[in-house]
Design a protein around this ligand. Structure first.
Ligand SMILES: [Zn+2]
Ligand SMILES: [Zn+2]
Length: 651
């Protein structure tokens, strides 16, 4: 008997696409796990979860025809996520055991751990140890984690005293549909999963902190209690993470910013609106002049645009339709205005105000442009998430043939910046997504020029197929700081859309009107985020050219004050101060160290007699009998070199 006779036609077969591009044919209805077993029994046994078209799903989830399928096995980043999601369930179970009827909200895994949000729960940090040991008991009990499909009606009954879950349920599914619950021991949760097989598979857990969080991130909603934790495969991974965390806390830009008097964000002036104090602004001015020099060398012209525009501009640029909720909009008389969330439309308007010939192209505009974006208040944090920030923005208006040359220059500028700050970087080319504007011809021309720049410069890069913006391809940079953390870096973004919207044109050699391509680029991105990253990267020990106070002269006693000031005058091309407080040398050294002043010059009777100085650095190395002119020459070199390596006492 042939198979075709034994199986009804309708059972059918489906095809899934594996990560290497090969296709796998399986029975319709086959789950992710079934597919894994089909590939190989070993893989089947190791399967923790799957990804269908990029979405993380339980291994019990049926695959569907034409789906891109990835099998998640133990030890991968995704499997850590699955385990942390299970740890979040243990947290909620422990809290329900220990406290009277808390209301459960959401409890997802995050990039480094997990959290769970509760309402009607009165706990503080001192309760975390008890909750954590209850979680450990749940892990030790090794409850099987079971997945169950139930009807919406059944789910409503089970969640009768959980208002937040009911709200989620009502959005998740309609009457007659099925939803999934995951249970462990006496506890269960409405949840799409996936999860590990049993609570015993959760490795080492640690609760970290408690914070307030608005239900669904909306400040109109009640404030809930969020408990953060993390979980790792074993104790040693957890320990290593906690150590990194401690290191990151030591470097926290809010702490160092306060210690060094760099900036403040105050209730009275508003959330997410940083105020830069003189030492902080000194650093910003150095950063500004560094990119200004690069821009001027590369032929940029500086322009300036106001902070506010009529919303007519935002309608024309498309920001109003797509971005309205993130904009600060207000009426003045009969007109509506908005704070600018981006600088590009202003620059496009400047370009559009003149007529251009191919001989003028490309046009390059630069501006340190302040922009305003209305992030959720609950999301605001230090300088990393703010309402007002400044972009070292630049926009190029380029002939389509000229993309390669311009992008090459921009990439050189960006790598120059990243290397100056000792940041390791990676690059990625994001190509045309499914939905896009612009002709095939322009996309092809642009993408091949971007590739050719990267290849010509011999740069390694990833290709992120289909990850470009709808209006053009881009090159993204990501970099790594001193403690191995990864950051999104600068971007070079091509744009075929805004030139259309603003009807930008230039007259070509053929005497016809042509549409330029617009390139958006920033070397730092936002000053706020870059500054924050630098504070943490250097732990406040800025290289000499950035240090707000570069040299401090410490007289050993009051009788050396006159000499101290004369020495300070010898260094007046630097940011130099004399510590003339009535205090011991030891205290003065400590203060200079705390203020992270790169160099201290110590002068006492010996130095005054010999007409020289002693030099001490912030890392507590000291050298005596130093010649003033020689040290000044060294400082000039170190400052102008900009890089962090040259250090007088470490040559
Ligand atoms: Zn869950
Ligand atoms: Zn732009």
């Amino acid at each position: 008997m042939s198979e075709s006779e034994s199986e009804p036609e309708s059972a059918g077969q489906i095809t899934v696409v594996l990560p290497d591009g090969s296709e796998l044919e399986v029975d319709a209805g086959a789950t992710v796990e079934d597919c894994a077993y089909e590939i190989g029994p070993g893989l089947g046994r190791d399967t923790v979860a799957g990804k269908l078209d990029g979405d993380l799903v339980a291994k019990e989830e049926p695959a569907y025809d034409d789906a891109a399928l990835e099998i998640i096995t133990e030890g991968s980043d995704e499997s850590l996520r699955v385990m942390r999601h299970s740890a979040a369930h243990c947290l909620a179970q422990a809290v329900e055991r220990l406290y009277d009827e808390p209301k459960l909200a959401i409890g997802p895994p995050t990039d480094d751990g997990f959290y769970y949000d509760f309402d009607d729960l009165d706990v503080d940090e001192s309760d975390l140890a008890e909750i954590e040991s209850e979680m450990e008991a749940i892990v030790d009990a090794d409850y099987e984690i079971e997945r169950e499909e139930v009807s919406v009606e059944e789910a409503e009954e089970r969640l009768a005293d959980q208002p937040y879950k009911l709200e989620l349920l009502s959005e998740l599914a309609e009457e007659g549909e099925q939803v999934t619950f995951y249970s462990q021991g006496e506890w269960e949760d409405l949840c799409a999963g996936p999860h590990v097989e049993s609570t015993g598979e959760i490795g080492a857990v640690k609760l970290l902190e408690i914070a307030g969080a608005y239900w669904r991130g909306d400040e109109e909603n009640p404030m809930q209690t969020r408990i953060y934790g993390t979980a790792f495969e074993d104790e040693s991974d957890l320990e290593a993470y906690l150590q990194r965390l401690e290191e990151a806390e030591e470097r926290d830009h809010r702490k160092i910013g306060n210690e060094m008097n760099l900036f403040s964000i105050q209730d009275v002036t508003g959330p997410g609106l940083p105020l830069y104090h003189p030492p902080g602004k000194t650093i910003l001015r150095e950063l500004e002049s560094f990119v200004e020099d690069l821009n001027e060398d590369a032929g940029y012209d500086y322009v300036e645009t106001p902070h506010v525009f009529k919303t007519d501009l935002w309608h024309r640029s498309g920001h109003y339709e797509n971005y309205e909720d993130d904009m600060f909009i207000f009426d003045v008389g009969d007109d509506e205005f908005g704070l600018k969330p981006m600088n590009c439309p202003g620059h496009a308007a400047i370009f559009q105000d003149q007529s251009w010939s191919y001989r003028d192209m490309p046009i390059r505009y630069a501006e340190n442009g302040k922009v305003y974006r209305k992030e959720q208040r609950g999301e605001l944090s230090g300088l990393s998430r703010v309402w007002a920030f400044t972009i070292d923005d630049g926009h190029l208006f380029v002939e389509p043939e000229g993309i390669e040359h311009e992008v090459e220059t921009v990439i050189d500028m960006i790598t120059d910046v990243l290397e100056t700050f000792d940041l390791e970087y990676e690059m990625a080319l994001a190509t045309r997504p499914e939905k896009s504007v612009g002709s095939d011809e322009i996309w092809e021309k642009a993408q091949s020029q971007l590739r050719s720049v990267l290849e010509h410069r011999n740069l390694e890069y990833d290709v992120e197929e289909g990850d470009g913006a709808f209006y053009g391809p881009k090159i993204d940079f990501a970099f790594e700081d001193a403690i191995g953390r990864h950051w999104d870096g600068p971007t070079v973004q091509l744009d075929f859309n805004m030139p259309e919207r603003f009807d930008l044109s230039y007259v070509g050699e053929d005497n016809e009107e042509h549409r330029p391509v617009m390139i958006h680029r920033a070397l730092y991105g936002s000053y706020e985020r870059f500054f924050m990253m630098l504070i943490e990267h250097y732990e406040g020990n800025f290289p000499l050219w950035l240090a707000p106070e570069q040299v401090r002269v410490l007289p050993i006693s009051d009788s050396n004050l006159g000499y101290a000031h004369r020495v300070a005058n010898e260094f007046d091309e630097f940011r130099v101060e004399v510590d003339d407080r009535d205090s011991t040398l030891e205290r003065k050294i400590r203060a200079a160290h705390d203020d992270r002043v790169p160099y201290q010059i110590i002068v006492g009777d010996n130095e005054e007699e010999d007409g020289n100085i002693s030099v001490r650095d912030r890392f507590e190395d000291q050298e005596y009998d130093v010649d003033i002119d020689a040290f000044r020459a060294h400082l000039e070199g170190e400052r102008d070199e900009k890089r962090t390596e040259p250090d007088f006492l470490r040559d």
